[in-house]
Write a protein of this length. Structure first.
Length: 132
């Protein structure tokens, strides 16, 4: 049987979910949409930026391992993709900033990069970065 709650579990929805472990694996018991990002779903460029950002973070995380800095980085970037009107024109700068901050969180960047992550979602990315 399909879960009645599955409608909230869609790409680019930030959801609160609960599972129970059953005979045949995990079963969804609760789902509530916390944030829906409609621009990412209706704009191909925003959707591509969000998909790449999420895939990049997913590729560098171990299953079941929590990393609060990585989580705040992802949420801040997804929020920026959704809300910044100039994101489409500055997509290359945005992706460079995402990759640089991700490397910093993983320990490959400089200390100045990591210090910007101490206030969660405070600086999802800098639009002026490389915008000469």
């Amino acid at each position: 049987p399909e879960a009645k709650l599955k409608g909230h579990v869609e790409p680019f929805n930030f959801v609160n979910i609960q599972f129970v472990l059953g005979k045949y694996g995990e079963r969804l018991t609760y789902c509530s949409a916390l944030t829906v990002w409609p621009r990412m779903r209706s704009d191909l460029v925003r959707g591509a930026l969000a998909a790449y950002t999420a895939a990049l973070v997913d590729a560098h995380c171990f299953l079941g391992e929590k990393d609060e800095n990585m989580w705040h980085l992802l949420l801040g970037d997804l929020n920026a993709i959704e809300t910044k009107p100039e994101i489409r024109q500055k997509a290359a700068d945005f992706l460079y900033a995402v990759e640089s901050r991700l490397l910093a969180v993983l320990g490959y960047g400089g200390e100045e990069d990591i210090s910007t992550l101490q206030t969660p979602v405070a600086r999802p990315f800098v639009l002026e970065y490389n915008s000469k």
